[in-house]
Design a binder for this molecule. Structure first.
Ligand code: ZN
Length: 250
C-alpha cells in the first residue's frame, strides 16, 4: 500500500514541500491563463518561446523525480544522461501540440509529487547527484524544484513578477546566486543589499565595492539576470546609477 500523505516528518522539510507545491500551483495558474496560441510567444529567456519554458519545467520535474527514485531505491538514476539529451528533450518538447505540452507539465508535476509523498522519512538524507555534479541529500530536490517553478512562472511573461515570489524563496535564491558567483570568483567588489534590512550578499569585505541596493524582489530579479528595474547602483563599476549586468550564475 502506498501512503496518501507525506512520509517526511521534519517540520522544515514539510514547510519546504509546501513552498514547492505553492510554486507549482502558481506556475500552473500562469500557464492556464495562456491560450494555446499564446504559447508560441516569446518568454523572458533569450531564444526560448513559452513552449520551451513549459517543456523545460515538465522535463525538469521528471529529472528531479529520477533523483527521488534514486534516493528511494539506491539505484543510480541521473537527472539527464547528458546535457545534450537535456537540451534535445526541451527542443522536442517545444514542438508538442498545446494539449500534449499542458499534459506534460501536469503529469510530470503529479508524478514528482507522488515520489516526494512516498519517500520514507530516513531516505530524505540519502545522497544523490545533481546535473551540475553536486552531491546533495534528497531533501535538496525540493529546493531545486521550488526555484524552477517560481522563476520560470515569471519567465512565462504573462504577468507574474518577482514580487509574487515568497520572500523566503527570494532570499534563498539570492544566497544560491551570490554563492555561485563566489565559487566562480566573479563577485569581486560586488555587494548586494536589501533596502530596509541588514541583508547583504556578495563581496561584503571589499574596500571600494560596487553596491546594488533595492527591495528584495528587485535585487533578486537583477541578480538572476532578468532586468534592473527598481534597483540603485553606486561605486566604481557604475555610471549614472546604471547597474552593471549581474555575473552569470547558471
Ligand atoms: Zn530552469
Amino acid at each position: 500500500m502506498v501512503a496518501r500523505h507525506d512520509q517526511a516528518t521534519d517540520p522544515r522539510l514539510q514547510e519546504d514541500l509546501l513552498q514547492a507545491r505553492r510554486g507549482t500551483a502558481f506556475f500552473a495558474r500562469k500557464l492556464n491563463e495562456l491560450s494555446d496560441a499564446e504559447l508560441d510567444g516569446d518568454s523572458l529567456l533569450p531564444g526560448w518561446t513559452r513552449r520551451h519554458i513549459v517543456a523545460h519545467v515538465g522535463y525538469n520535474a521528471r529529472a528531479i523525480a529520477r533523483l527521488v527514485e534514486w534516493a528511494a531505491t539506491g539505484v543510480e538514476t541521473p537527472m539527464y544522461s547528458s546535457p545534450e539529451v537535456r537540451n534535445h528533450e526541451i527542443e522536442f518538447g517545444a514542438t508538442l501540440a498545446p494539449i500534449a505540452l499542458r499534459h506534460l507539465f501536469d503529469h510530470s508535476a503529479v508524478h514528482l509529487n507522488v515520489e516526494w509523498r512516498d519517500l520514507p522519512a530516513d531516505a530524505w538524507h540519502h545522497r544523490v547527484e545533481t546535473a551540475q555534479g553536486r552531491i546533495v541529500p534528497a531533501e535538496e530536490t525540493v529546493w531545486m524544484r521550488t526555484r524552477e517553478v517560481w522563476l520560470h512562472a515569471v519567465d512565462l511573461d504573462n504577468g507574474a513578477t518577482f514580487s509574487d515570489i515568497p520572500a523566503p524563496v527570494l532570499e534563498r535564491l539570492l544566497k544560491d546566486i551570490t554563492g555561485a558567483w563566489h565559487t566562480r570568483g566573479t563577485d569581486t567588489g560586488l555587494v548586494v543589499q536589501i533596502t530596509g534590512t541588514d541583508l547583504a550578499f556578495g563581496d561584503t569585505s571589499a574596500a571600494n565595492p560596487t553596491i546594488i541596493t533595492g527591495p528584495l524582489p528587485a535585487v533578486a530579479e537583477w541578480a538572476a539576470g532578468r532586468g534592473s528595474h527598481g534597483i540603485h547602483a553606486t561605486g566604481t563599476a557604475t555610471t549614472d546609477d546604471i547597474a552593471p549586468a549581474a555575473p552569470k550564475w547558471i
